[in-house]
Design a protein around this ligand. Structure first.
Ligand SMILES: Nc1ncnc2c1ncn2[C@@H]1O[C@H](COP(=O)(O)OP(=O)(O)OP(=O)(O)O)[C@@H](O)[C@H]1O
Ligand SMILES: [Mg+2]
Length: 463
């Protein structure tokens, strides 16, 4: 992967941009303001000292050069007294300068002093001399244009500003480096965790569901890892179920096929008497029936799994349906000595698929006839608002196995008849698809009740 497209590089870059922007804003907002404030404070200090000196000067002897020296001490600034040299254009002559040791020509044409002299009004501001900046305030002292100038170097104030400037830049560089390192560090921690998740996803995609996906973090990545692990566990269960289903289905298919093969071999024996031959053929046709039923059941289950089972939703009257089941199974019931009857409430109407409802009813009645001792009665009950129950008086289903009987290929130990163990699984999944459920009560005898969504009676009347 291009290292500049990694999360680490992007995070570091983003952090660096944020830090740089924040520092630039601080810099732009702080440094010029600080400089302006310091310069203004100095100028204001000189401006406020100037009028007092002018008053003192008016009282002093103008020829006294000592005045400027004393004034410089009290104002803490260089003090220069100018007298006009020419009137138009106005030029000034340095009359006295507190900085006598220095060449006074450096202030000769001082613009602030000139402005004060021409306008005969106080003036202040900053000027550049050589490579230094000065704060200045000038006041006219006489109407002839003589001017008193206070000038003070801004060197200290500006070097303080430069110090702040340098510190800010240094702090900025440190923050930038720290943000880049922090970005890379944090991202590499996340990248490691993401990589682990990626490996786990690849493992799961490759069909290995054994190793759990572990991340103990309480953040979003931790949540993601836990969601992954739930997915892994579910896929593992589904995979187990799929394997078990295939193994069970092949076993169920093999048994009757194996038996059919055996009978075919026996039938090839020419010495068989007609009675045995007939008996073999009867058993063979039973096995073929069993295979056909199994194939149909497996097809139903695969359609249910794929969600491809077409389900109609229409009002279904349960009373005639209960009667239909009783009629259909009357012969089988008689053969097993089971009294079979329908008990119906006429206003039991469900919103369901009629075909599928009958299919569930058949599964339940067949079980009640098959898994109970001969001679015990079986009732098919249509109960309002929308319940179809099959009740028997057999030995019942042990409490501990009540949940299991709805699972695929489940047959209880000691079951009276053999089957594939698919009937109840299909029934409960069909009921579920129709928005209903199957309730099982097993105390003395067993009741399987299909509870369906209720259909409004008036809808039935319209049909
Ligand atoms: N009415 C009942 N009384 C007692 N046991 C029952 C009853 N109905 C079902 N069972 C038990 O539940 C098991 C599962 O029933 P299910 O209908 O799913 O399978 P099956 O009848 O064995 O086979 P299939 O219906 O696929 O031919 C049965 O094997 C039986 O042990
Ligand atoms: Mg059954």
């Amino acid at each position: 992967m291009n290292p500049f497209r990694s999360v680490g590089a992007r995070l570091s870059f983003a952090l660096a941009v944020v830090v740089a922007a924040a520092l630039a804003i601080v810099y732009v907002a702080l440094v010029p303001t600080l400089e302006r404030r310091l310069v203004n404070a100095k100028v204001a200090q000189l401006r406020s000292a100037a009028p007092g000196l002018r008053t003192q000067l008016a009282e002093a002897d103008l020829t006294s050069v000592d005045f400027v020296t004393n004034a410089a001490v009290s104002a803490n600034a260089r003090v220069v007294l100018f007298t006009p040299l020419t009137q138009s254009p106005r030029t000034l002559n340095v009359f006295a300068d507190s900085l006598q040791g220095r060449n006074a020509s450096d202030v000769e044409n001082d613009p602030i002093a000139l402005a004060a002299s021409t306008s005969l009004a106080p003036r202040s501001g900053t000027v550049e001399r050589g490579d230094e900046r000065f704060a200045e305030a000038a006041v006219p002292v006489r109407s002839d244009g003589s001017v008193l100038l206070l000038t003070s170097s801004l060197h200290d104030a500006l070097s303080y500003v430069h110090l702040v400037q340098r510190r800010l830049i240094a702090a900025g560089l440190i923050a930038l480096v720290a943000s880049v390192l922090l970005g890379f560090g944090a991202a590499s921690v996340f990248a490691r965790r993401i990589k682990r998740l990626e490996r786990a996803a690849d493992r799961i995609a490759g069909g290995d569901f054994l190793e759990p996906v572990v991340d103990h973090g309480s953040d979003e990545l931790g949540e993601l890892a836990r969601a992954f692990d739930r997915m892994r566990a579910r896929l593992a269960r589904l995979d187990d179920a799929r394997r078990a289903f295939i193994a069970n289905a092949s076993h169920e298919l093999r048994t009757p096929l194996f038996s059919l093969g055996g009978f075919l071999e026996l039938l090839q024996d020419e010495d068989l008497d007609p009675a045995t031959r007939r008996e073999f053929l009867t058993t063979m046709s039973e096995q073929v029936e069993r295979l056909t039923k199994l194939a149909t059941d497996l097809l139903d289950l695969s359609r249910l799994d794929a969600g491809r089972l077409r389900i109609d939703r229409e009002p279904v009257e349960l009373a005639p349906l209960a009667q239909l089941l009783v009629d259909e199974f009357s012969a089988v019931a008689r053969a097993g000595g089971h009294p079979l009857e329908a008990i119906v409430e006429e206003d039991a109407v469900a919103l369901a698929d009629p075909e599928r409802t009958v299919q569930i009813g058949r599964i339940l009645v067949e079980n009640a006839l098959k898994h109970t001792p001969p001679g015990t009665p079986v009732r098919v009950v249509a109960r309002a608002p929308a319940e179809l129950a099959v009740e028997d008086e057999g030995s019942g289903i042990p409490e501990s196995q009540v949940g299991e009987v709805f699972e695929r290929f489940t047959r209880l130990d000691g079951a009276l008849a053999s089957g594939s163990g698919l009937g109840l699984a299909i029934a409960s999944e069909l009921a579920d698809v129709m928005g209903g459920s199957i309730r099982l009560e097993s105390e003395s005898g067993t009741v399987f009740a299909l509870v369906l969504p209720v259909a409004a009676r008036d809808r039935l009347a319209i049909r």
